[in-house]
Design a binder for this molecule. Structure first.
Ligand SMILES: *Cc1c(COP(=O)(O)O)cnc(C)c1O
Length: 408
């Protein structure tokens, strides 16, 4: 294989790969810890971590060892047979969460699709034949399949793909009164991200979560927490809902679970999980030996290594810097987040700042148009944060200096 440059790969990519992403003009070819390298050999500090996937950093030795060993032993078998690493990963998830049972799939959207099906089946069995409606939150993100894009209460993701499946109703995130009002004769569940990721790193007040749990209990509704982005240590607790002292009946995971390999998981209490019987739901690749072996290694590192405390410490340190920058640069309107999912909301679009940071060797992301989002790996060090903040500050200073509002 001859080595190709960024320019060559961009050209070939545009020719052969479907145009579904607004991609930046580099190809990443190597990663280690918090660093990645592009095809031209340039080094970057990765404060996006594969969109909250590479929480242990790139190519964590425990994960690569587990994957290499599994590749030599067994890559795939059907779920018509028991799979040892799948059982081990399910056990680890159960022992570290509210849940009793796990179903494995391949992505966040698929986990949420499974959660919607499980809630509907449970409701049909235990609540009545007319209970199917799921209430979700505005600015949420639950995936790109037809059902999950419908659960995602953002018209920009939906409008080209109508007609959408029925049975969803939306309320503003954090608005307990609106939620209470929206509960109707068909409602069976409430589906919510404990921290909204794609929607702009939005948090709700503790009182909202208390009220939500109370409502669900009083009205006999299922609570589905989408922890695809917020889960697995990202917020400094293994699951973000632990910050609010409440538990769901169903939870979905994906992004960080496989240490970079594609995996999703649907977790539930025994009571709810028992609604599924053989034939109700399946996935050919779901929980396959390769990805679950990677998942077992990832969970081991997450729960054993003091990584959650480190995440909280680094989150507070980074946030202190972001608060300082917000005082200095008035176009930063708010700094928010939890642990190491952090954001700066700007009074303008952030895409130019993202591009300028990339130019200087820092990978960040912008979501909801004007929200700079930071998702560094949980193994990030103070030195890395200092380095990232220095680059960010250079870029912000050039925005400030440039009357046009774009970085120089
Ligand atoms: C990324 C994300 C999804 C979708 O995950 P995919 O693996 O891209 O399907 C769902 N929910 C949340 C909260 C996410 O952040």
């Amino acid at each position: 294989m001859t080595k190709k440059s960024n320019a060559q790969l961009v050209k070939l990519g545009k020719k052969y790969v479907m145009n579904t992403y607004g991609r930046l003009p580099i190809a990443l070819v190597k990663g280690e810890g918090a660093k990645v390298w592009d095809a031209d050999g340039r080094e970057y500090l990765d404060f996006l971590a594969g969109l909250a996937v590479n929480s242990l950093g790139h190519c964590h030795p425990k994960v690569t060892e587990a994957v290499k060993a599994q590749v030599d032993q067994l890559i795939h078998v059907s779920n018509l047979y028991w799979i040892e690493p799948q059982i081990e990963l399910a056990q680890s998830l159960v022992e570290n969460s509210f849940a009793d049972k796990v179903f494995f799939c391949n992505s966040g959207a698929e986990a949420n699709e499974g959660a919607i099906k499980l809630a509907r089946k449970y409701a049909k069995l235990h609540m009545g034949p007319d209970k199917y409606e799921i209430i979700t939150m505005e600015k949420s993100f639950h995936g790109r399949t037809l059902a999950t894009v419908t659960a995602t209460a953002q018209p920009k993701y939906q409008k080209a793909f109508t007609p959408l499946p029925e049975g969803f109703r939306y309320v503003p995130f954090g608005d307990l009164k609106a939620l209470e009002k929206a509960i109707g004769p068909h409602t069976c569940a409430i589906m919510v991200e404990p921290v909204q990721g794609e929607g702009g790193v939005n948090l709700a007040e503790p009182a909202f979560w208390e009220g939500l749990a109370k409502l669900a209990k009083e009205q006999n509704l299922l609570l589905i927490f989408d922890e695809v982005q917020s889960g697995l240590g990202r917020t400094g607790k293994l699951f973000a809902h632990e910050h609010y002292g409440i538990t769901p009946h169903i939870m979905t995971l994906a992004k960080a679970l496989g240490g970079g390999t594609p995996i999703g998981a649907l977790l539930a209490t025994d009571e709810v999980a028992s609604a599924f019987e053989p034939g109700d739901h399946a996935s050919t690749f779901g929980g396959n030996p390769l990805v679950t072996a990677a998942g077992v290694a990832t969970m081991d590192v997450l729960v054993q290594g003091g990584l959650l405390a480190h995440c909280l410490e680094m989150g507070a340190y980074f946030r202190g810097h972001l608060n300082r920058l917000a005082e200095k640069y008035t176009f930063i309107q708010e700094v928010r987040g939890l642990g190491l999912i952090l954001a700066c909301e700007l009074d303008r679009p952030g895409a130019d700042i993202v591009a300028a940071c990339l130019e200087k060797g820092l990978i960040i992301n912008c979501t909801a148009v004007n929200v700079l989002r930071f998702l560094p790996p949980l193994i990030i060090t103070k030195e890395d944060i200092d380095h990232a903040v220095a680059i960010l500050e250079e870029v912000l200073a050039s925005v400030e200096a440039n009357a046009g509002g774009t970085p120089a």
